[in-house]
Ligand binder design. Structure first.
Ligand code: FAD
Ligand code: UDP
Length: 363
């Protein structure tokens, strides 16, 4: 088959690779001037490796997915740590035993921390919204200090307007584990994401065209037997049922000359102050050594590139209308965070792409 792949991110690049490995030919197009989608990283003008579309930390519990990517990259082992700022002071986040002890000037053991949460939580019979999730686990004071305003800033919505899955990404811990993720595999591609994507796409039967809009290659001289589409699903159908809401971000980068380290951990969250949600210092993530450093602040916005599907029932309903059209397409496969309108992490997109290929190949 002659296959057109729209989008050179995780979804598109993995589908392209697996389909050519099975004997087909792929043309991969991306409207951006680079491969790797939102995981794109590049050295900035000062020589610091930065993530152009916000901090990307790879983590998964799936041995299959980790082994799959390991064919295309070596790894730099990295466990992400985050602090949340409340009233000008930094606390371990996700909330753990030390967060409680430092915030309330206590000296709780693990058992006592569990009792603390039991005392302050507001039990919910049905946990449906992100507000329910947090109140149900840590109660109102911690909700207001760490979650309420961050969520309002990030999504432009109250936690009660978002599905439970959003806040449920963040665990609550009674021990002192201050890692952001507890997955079995936590690592960054040793030479960066873009280098990993170069390896993924490096195959004689893959042709890549960046700065290329997909409708511009659908001409009479280009005939494709199948299309793998990883862009926004509503755009594919010319928004015929209306626009699916996606949340965007504006990234403000800063280089700090002769500052070896700007902050003590990879990311610091600012739930209650400023218009940005968090500051990330890239060198923590990448392990790069340099006498200067580069950071990024993330400002959530309603307009701009689509970065986050917004998990709400009404959006899910609209998505389902598009999905019904997608389901009956014989020669188009929709896969990835934008095409499936799913708040996927990178590893989940890898899994979705591998499953999509199996389906195309009739496995
Ligand atoms: P994308 O990477 O978005 O790729 C889709 C591509 O399609 C884009 O490059 C786009 O230009 C192209 N495209 C769309 N329409 C067209 C068209 N009409 N013509 C041509 N090209 C088109 N995940 C983690 O696991 N860990 C993290 O720490 C993490 N941090 C994140 C931080 C931020 C700020 C964001 C936004 C996401 C983060 N993610 C993280 C999620 C991760 O970025 C995604 O899961 C993953 O990159 C999605 O891959 P994809 O291929 O589905 O989509
Ligand atoms: N969240 C919060 N306070 C924080 C961090 C996260 O309220 O300090 C909530 C917020 O709603 C956010 C969600 O938890 O959108 C998921 O956070 P995560 O860090 O996983 O978001 P991502 O890295 O995908 O932007």
């Amino acid at each position: 088959m002659n296959i057109l792949v729209v989008g050179a991110g995780f979804a598109g690049s993995i589908c392209a690779r697996e389909l050519v490995e099975a004997g087909h030919k792929a043309l991969v197009v991306d409207r951006r001037d680079h491969i790797a989608g939102n995981a794109y990283d590049v050295k900035d003008e000062h020589g610091i490796l930065i993530h152009q579309y916000g901090p990307h930390i790879f983590h998964t519990n799936s041995e299959r997915i980790f082994n799959y990517l390991s064919k295309y990259t070596e790894w730099h082992y990295y466990e992400h740590r985050v602090r949340g700022v409340v009233n000008g002071k930094q606390y371990p986040f996700p909330i753990n035993r030390d967060t409680l002890n430092q915030l309330y000037d206590l000296d709780l053991t693990e058992e006592q921390a569990a009792e603390f949460f039991e005392k302050v939580r507001e039990p919910k019979e049905k946990v449906q919204t992100s507000e329910d999730v947090v109140l149900n686990s840590v109660g109102r004071d911690l909700y207001e200090k760490f979650f309420l305003n961050y969520t309002k800033k990030q999504w432009g919505l109250d936690p009660s307007q978002l599905k439970a899955g959003v806040a449920a990404r963040i665990p609550t811990r009674t021990n002192s584990d201050d890692r952001y993720f507890t997955d079995t595999y936590q690592a960054m591609p040793l030479h960066g994401y873009t280098a990993m994507f170069e390896n993924l796409l490096n195959h004689p039967n893959i042709q890549i065209k960046t700065s290329t809009e997909f409708k511009d290659v659908l001409t009479t001289e280009n005939q494709f037997d199948h299309i793998v589409y990883t862009g926004p699903i509503d755009a594919f159908y010319d928004y015929k049922f209306g626009h699916l809401p996606y949340r965007s971000l504006r990234f403000e980068r800063e280089h700090l000359k002769n500052v070896e380290q700007y902050q003590s951990v990879g990311t610091i969250n600012y739930p209650n102050d400023f218009d940005f949600t968090r500051i990330t210092e890239f060198k923590h993530l990448t392990g790069q050594k340099h006498s200067s450093t580069s950071i990024v602040r993330e400002y959530p916005t309603a307009v701009g590139d689509p970065y986050y599907p917004i998990p709400r029932d009404e959006n899910e309903k609209l998505f389902k209308q598009y999905q019904a059209l997608a389901n009956v397409e014989e020669n188009v496969t929709f896969v990835g965070r934008l095409a499936e309108y799913r708040y996927y992490n990178m590893d989940q997109v890898v899994g979705a792409a591998l499953n999509a290929v199996d389906k195309i190949l009739g496995k």
